[in-house]
Design a protein around this ligand. Structure first.
Ligand SMILES: [Zn+2]
Length: 386
C-alpha cells in the first residue's frame, strides 16, 4: 500500500486538506491520520494540489509527433510527453486523411494502447481513438485536408468500433443524418460529435434526436450564435444532452466567454487541447494533416492564416479557466479536464476522479497548475524532482 500525505486533494465535490490518500493500483481509502501505519511508500505532496489524472479526449500531436503519422514510437513519445502535463488518459486524435493512412494510424495506436494498459508503461494510458473526420463539411474544414473528406460511412465505424470512442461528423451533409441514426443505434457506446459543420440550428437539433451527444471544439469550425439563427453554438449551449469541448487557450476562444460557457454547460463542459505536433516545441514550421502550419507563441496557423490546432497543454487550460472565471471552485474546473471527459467517453468507472475503487491516477499541481508529479495506476510515471 502507498500513501500520499500533505496534499490538498481535489475530489469530485470539494478540495480537502489534512487527509491521507491510500492506494495500490487502485484508490483504497482516505484517512485522517498523517502517518499511515499500513503504507510502505509515503509520498509527500508538500502542500500541492493532488488532482485526478487529467483526461485529454482531443489531441493530435505533441513533441513533434502526430497521431495520424502511423508510427508507434511517435505515439509513445506523445504518451510520455503529455504525462508531464498531468494527463493520465487520452484519445490520440486523427485528422481528415485517407483511409489507408487512418488505418495505419489506428494500427499504431492499438499497439501502444495495449502496451499502455500493462504495468510499467511510462506514459498516459490510451483509451481509444478520436477520429476527427473525415466525415465533415468541406465548407467548414478549417485546417483539415479537403481532398480526403467523405460522407459518413457506417461500415468504416463498424470495422473500427472496438477502437473508436468518438468521431466527428457534419450532420447536414447529404446522407449523414441517416448514418448518425444507424451508428447511434448499433454502437451506442461510441460518442458522436458534431463539428466542422455548417448545420443550422434546426439541423443541429435534429442531429441530437438522431444520436449526436457532443460538440467538437465549441465555436470553432461551426455555425455561430445569432439571435434569429442560433446555429450549432446555440444548440450546444442550450441542449443539455450535448457535452461540448472548449479549447481554453485564450486564442481559439476569447477568455471573456469562459465564464458564460462554464455557467451554461456546467458538468457538460470538457476542456481539450486540440494540440498539434508543435506542442512542447519551439516556434517554427510544422505540419498538420499533410499541410504546413506556422507556430508563434500560442498561435498555430496555415499559410493563409486559418487557425490550425493549438500548442495548449491541458494543465494550462485549467489555469486559463481559473484565471478568467474568478468565482468557480477549483474542483469544478478540474472536473472539466477529468471527470467530464471521462463520463463523455464512458471511462468514468475507472478514471476521471479521486474516488475509492477507481484507478490510482493522480497529478500534483501548484497554484499556477504547474505539474510536478504524475501517477498512473499507482506508479509514478513523471517526477520533476528527480
Ligand atoms: Zn482537432
Amino acid at each position: 500500500m502507498k500513501a500520499i500525505i500533505n496534499g490538498k486533494i481535489v475530489l469530485e465535490g470539494a478540495t480537502v486538506s489534512g487527509m491521507t490518500l491510500l492506494f495500490d493500483d487502485k484508490i483504497q481509502a482516505f484517512e485522517t491520520s498523517t502517518a499511515p501505519a499500513n503504507a510502505d511508500t509515503v509520498i509527500d505532496a508538500k502542500g500541492r494540489y493532488v488532482l485526478p489524472g487529467l483526461v485529454d479526449m482531443h489531441i493530435h500531436g505533441y513533441l513533434g509527433e502526430d497521431a495520424s503519422d502511423g508510427k508507434a514510437e511517435g505515439i509513445r513519445t506523445m504518451a510520455r510527453g503529455i504525462a508531464k502535463n498531468g494527463v493520465t488518459s487520452w484519445l490520440p486524435t486523427t485528422m481528415t486523411v485517407s483511409y489507408p493512412e487512418l488505418e495505419a494510424a489506428f494500427e499504431a495506436i492499438s499497439q501502444v494502447k495495449a502496451e499502455s494498459e500493462k504495468p510499467g508503461f511510462d506514459g498516459a494510458q490510451i483509451m481509444g481513438v478520436n477520429a476527427e473526420g473525415p466525415f465533415i463539411n468541406a465548407a467548414r474544414k478549417g485546417a483539415q485536408a479537403g481532398e480526403h473528406i467523405k460522407p459518413c460511412d457506417p461500415e468504416f465505424i463498424d470495422k473500427h468500433a472496438g477502437l473508436i470512442r468518438v468521431f466527428t461528423v457534419a450532420p447536414e451533409v447529404k446522407g449523414n443524418m441517416a448514418a448518425i441514426r444507424r451508428i447511434h443505434k448499433e454502437h451506442p457506446e461510441i460518442l458522436i460529435s458534431m463539428g466542422h459543420t455548417n448545420a443550422i440550428y434546426d439541423e443541429a437539433e435534429k442531429a441530437v434526436r438522431a444520436g449526436v451527444r457532443h460538440v467538437t471544439h465549441l465555436f470553432n469550425a461551426q455555425t455561430g450564435l445569432h439571435h434569429r439563427d442560433p446555429g450549432v453554438v446555440g444548440c450546444a449551449l442550450s441542449e443539455n444532452r450535448l457535452t461540448t469541448e472548449l479549447i481554453a487557450d485564450t486564442f481559439h476562444v476569447n477568455k471573456a466567454l469562459f465564464k458564460m460557457v462554464s455557467e451554461l454547460k456546467k458538468d457538460k463542459l470538457v476542456l481539450i487541447t486540440d494540440c498539434t505536433r508543435a506542442g512542447g516545441m519551439p516556434d517554427g514550421e510544422y505540419s498538420l494533416g499533410g499541410q504546413p502550419i506556422f507556430v508563434k507563441g500560442i498561435e498555430c496557423r496555415l499559410a493563409d492564416g486559418t487557425i490550425a490546432g493549438s500548442v495548449l497543454r491541458l494543465n494550462e487550460a485549467i489555469r486559463n479557466v481559473r484565471q478568467n472565471v474568478k468565482r468557480l471552485s477549483l474542483h469544478k474546473i478540474v472536473r472539466m479536464a477529468s471527470l467530464n471527459p471521462a463520463i463523455a467517453i464512458g471511462i468514468d468507472k475507472a478514471k476521471g476522479s479521486i474516488a475509492v475503487g477507481k484507478d490510482a491516477d493522480f497529478c500534483f499541481a501548484d497554484e499556477d497548475m504547474n505539474i510536478s508529479r504524475t501517477i498512473l495506476r499507482g506508479e509514478t510515471i513523471y517526477n520533476a524532482e528527480v
